[in-house]
Design a protein around this ligand. Structure first.
Ligand SMILES: [Zn+2]
Length: 212
């Protein structure tokens, strides 16, 4: 940031020249602005390209200074956002529309760089439990559609309870537990709560396709 001085350091020089020499008085700042504006008008692409190159070289610093600015002005920004919610919404919409292609690339990049973090965020207990339940169901469906009978809501809830219990039992004891089909699918056992039990992984491996 430049701090303006109150009196001109080089009143005998043209404002733009004085600005180049380091004067930051009101006259020279304004004079410089006019010169820059004229230049921009004649060379509309210059700053676009210049900024792009500069930004590419300084992405990290720029980001850090932006974050710092947000931190320093959090209250001001919050008030502005609250007072201009509609305007901001429209601007965002327009921006997204005009930059759809670019944003697609950015989002893909962001996803690639944050895959692991996003994956962990998705791994809430309910999602993990549902995923395990789905995998089991698919496994049984592959063995035969008739092995997966339609369930009423009560049976559905009991089925979920098995997978939920398995999850929290494994988490709390540190010993991997499995939901086991008492009569295995290969022997015609159904994917139904009446045919389920919870075993430790090692018990389940010993059991294999036997009926215990
Ligand atoms: Zn000056």
């Amino acid at each position: 940031m430049t701090t303006p001085n109150t009196t001109c350091l080089y009143p005998q020089l043209a404002p733009s020249t004085a600005y180049d020499k380091g004067c930051r008085c009101a006259r020279c700042i304004e004079g410089r602005r006019i010169v820059v504006d004229k230049f921009k008008e004649k060379n509309p692409d210059y700053y676009k390209i210049y900024h792009k190159e500069w930004y590419a070289k300084n992405v990290k610093q720029k980001l850090a200074s932006s974050i710092q600015y947000y931190k320093n002005n959090a209250e001001k920004i919050k008030i502005y956002r609250e007072g201009n919610a509609e305007k901001i919404k429209t601007q965002k919409k327009l921006y997204r529309k005009n930059n759809a292609e670019k944003l697609k690339v950015y989002e893909a990049m962001y996803y690639q760089e944050n895959t692991e973090r996003l994956r962990l965020k998705r791994r809430t207990p309910v999602r993990v439990i549902r995923a395990a339940m789905n995998r089991a169901k698919c496994r049984m469906l592959r063995m035969g559609k008739h092995l997966v009978p339609p369930l009423n809501p009560d049976e559905q809830a009991r089925l979920y309870k098995f997978y939920e219990t398995r999850y929290y039992l494994s988490e709390s004891t540190g010993v991997m537990h499995h939901v086991d089909h008492i009569v295995p699918g290969s022997k015609g056992g159904l994917h139904h709560p009446d045919n389920l039990q919870i075993l430790t992984a090692s018990e389940n491996c010993k059991k294999k396709d036997k009926i215990l």
